[in-house]
Design a binder for this molecule. Sequence first.
Ligand code: NAD
Length: 258
Amino acid sequence: MARQVVVTGAASGIGAAVSALLRGRGDEVIGVDLRDAEVVADLSTRQGRRDAAGAALRRAGGVVDAVVACAGTAEPTEAAVAVNYFGVVEFLGALRPGLVRAEEPRAAVISSISSIQTSDADVAAACAERDEERALSLAGKAVAEGRGYQLYAASKLALARWVRRTSVEPGWAGAGIPLNAVAPGVVVTPMTAALLSTDDGRALVDESVPMPLGGYAPPEAIAHALLWLVAPENTHMTGQVVFVDGGADATLRGEDTF
Ligand code: NAD
């Protein structure tokens, strides 16, 4: 049966690939993005998230079978925290009532290999406390001190931890909603186009994100993993951060995670 799936970041990259695959198999996609989407909204603000969730729920007639939160930004500014963390967790929270009404509800978000790299610990902690004002103020401080590049990693680390913590709560596992994350390595999308267009950029990327299996991934490689996480077949996987990264995590952390 066709399912109604809300996909954020649907206008580009991984979100666009997820949307195309879902539509290809007959599901209805309610895309949310800054442009070119069923719901045009800015997930960096509280009001934007609230309006987006309201509009998506209305379009879905109150029943949302799955949410795939792909919207994100690699800007080394406060926006990385506002969109990548609060734009995901607040939006998912607002859509939860729609998920609860579905027969086989599922949710998936996108963390990153960056979650295991150097990041701003204070910003990640403020995210964990759901204190957006403090997180943004600390992010502003990081930018002023020339550490804006640590904000993307902090947002993705905080998001991975949020999935671990939240997935097993009564409102998610207890309500029968698997909640997982995919952590990609380097994916060829508009987000990485500039970096991958120069020899220096590629050398930098290859050093920090070694991908012995297959090299840089096409967006579809991530989309297929997301599709399984939100499929009815996923009845018992929750709270996982699945690295779809060509072996980068295994290379960088080896056996240390066990
Ligand atoms: P992309 O830039 O192609 O797509 C991101 C989409 O998010 C865009 O359509 C953009 O408009 C939307 N978006 C950004 N800010 C928004 C906002 N404030 N409100 C609503 N929508 C907004 O990038 P992508 O590579 O497809 O990234 C998708 C996700 O994957 C992101 O969360 C990104 O952090 C993550 N990721 C990407 C890579 C990579 O190498 N490309 C690696 C790891 C994780």
